[in-house]
Design a binder for this molecule. Structure first.
Ligand code: SF4
Length: 317
């Protein structure tokens, strides 16, 4: 890959500055990486944070773009938040399993950003902290350049405005799509021109940012897990109705209510999940608490059992 120097924010060319791109597996960051590389600009690592609950189409896109990056010799890595202290809980490893464990919803549903910080930003920062080129750069007082795929649309402009003025002793940030004045349409065009399919908007399928049509496009196993997570959290919810927080004119605050009214799952199936699954999960957690950590079943084990059970129920109906 040709490597050319580029001006840092301060305007100085710094050819020793390691460059890392955050690839969120969605439209913007995919287009950003394609164009950045095609301009012959330096790119040392691409990091993707996997929350374990991305949309199924996003997981289908992942190997496709990994192949594209590998073919061009671009080092790319999947990073994850790895919980270590489980106390008496069954071990959990994804944002969904974390929420089910604690009977809560992602913080995005409470209008906070800590889920993104915990499951996306922190694992990337941790990876860079252990990366020898970054360590060497920091030792000599330099910074690592992080490329962020905010586009030039009004929504991303707001996110960009919030990030302005951010100072970091270890990182410089660049927003190439904004420098090129690219909106989502331009990003889609660039990806198509590369001969790649355009990825769907990436987010957890349990994210408050999911649109109704995106929820409607989910497979049944995702819809059931949405019903489950809302049912499990329901007793502890005070000021929010569900994953979407509160109702608007176009949708309810609860994704379960939307799934029910849109007929995406049978009412009997939804009721069976609400009535049975949270109780069964609490029982599972109580039993697991008695088992030493090394032998303790995981939340994944319970979810597999849940998926198999509801599948069986649906087939019998
Ligand atoms: S996609 Fe949504 S739910 Fe997932 S980490 Fe980001 S803000 Fe949280």
């Amino acid at each position: 890959m040709t490597v050319v120097p580029f001006p840092s924010r301060s305007g100085m060319a710094d050819i020793d500055m390691p460059v890392v791109a955050a690839w969120g597996m969605g439209l913007d960051s995919t287009a950003m990486i394609i164009e950045w590389v095609s301009r012959g600009l330096r790119l040392d690592a691409v990091l993707t944070a996997d929350t374990g609950a991305e949309r199924p189409e996003t997981y289908e896109y992942l190997p496709l773009f990994q192949r594209w990056m590998n073919a061009r010799g671009i080092p790319n890595h999947i990073v994850r938040y790895v919980p270590k202290r489980f106390k008496h809980w069954p071990p959990y490893f994804t944002i969904l399993e974390n929420c089910l464990t604690n009977a809560t919803l992602p913080s995005a549903s409470f209008n906070r950003k800590s889920c993104s910080q915990k499951w996306k930003i922190a694992p990337q920062d941790k990876w860079v902290e252990q990366w020898p080129p970054a360590q060497a750069t920091w030792r000599r007082g330099g910074k690592v350049l992080k490329l962020i795929g905010y586009d030039a649309s009004p929504a991303d402009s707001r996110r960009y405005d919030h990030s302005l003025g951010r100072t970091d002793l270890r990182f410089d940030y660049r927003y190439p799509l904004r420098e090129w004045n690219w909106d989502r349409l331009a990003c889609a065009r660039r990806i198509r021109a590369e001969g790649l399919p355009v990825p769907v908007k990436s987010s957890c399928f349990i994210c408050a940012a999911m649109k109704t049509e995106e929820v409607a496009s989910l497979p049944r196993w995702c819809l059931r897990l949405i019903v489950l997570i809302e049912a499990r959290a329901a007793p502890r919810l005070r000021n929010v109705e569900g994953l979407w927080r509160s109702s608007t004119r176009s949708r309810p605050g609860s994704m379960t209510a939307f799934i029910r009214s849109a007929g995406l799952l049978d009412a009997s199936e939804i009721d069976a999940i609400i009535d049975g699954a949270p109780v069964d999960l609490i029982h599972f957690q109580q039993v697991a608490a008695q088992i030493p950590l090394a032998e303790r079943p995981t939340m994944r084990n319970w979810i597999d059992r849940f998926n198999a059970g509801v599948d069986q129920l649906a087939r019998a109906a």
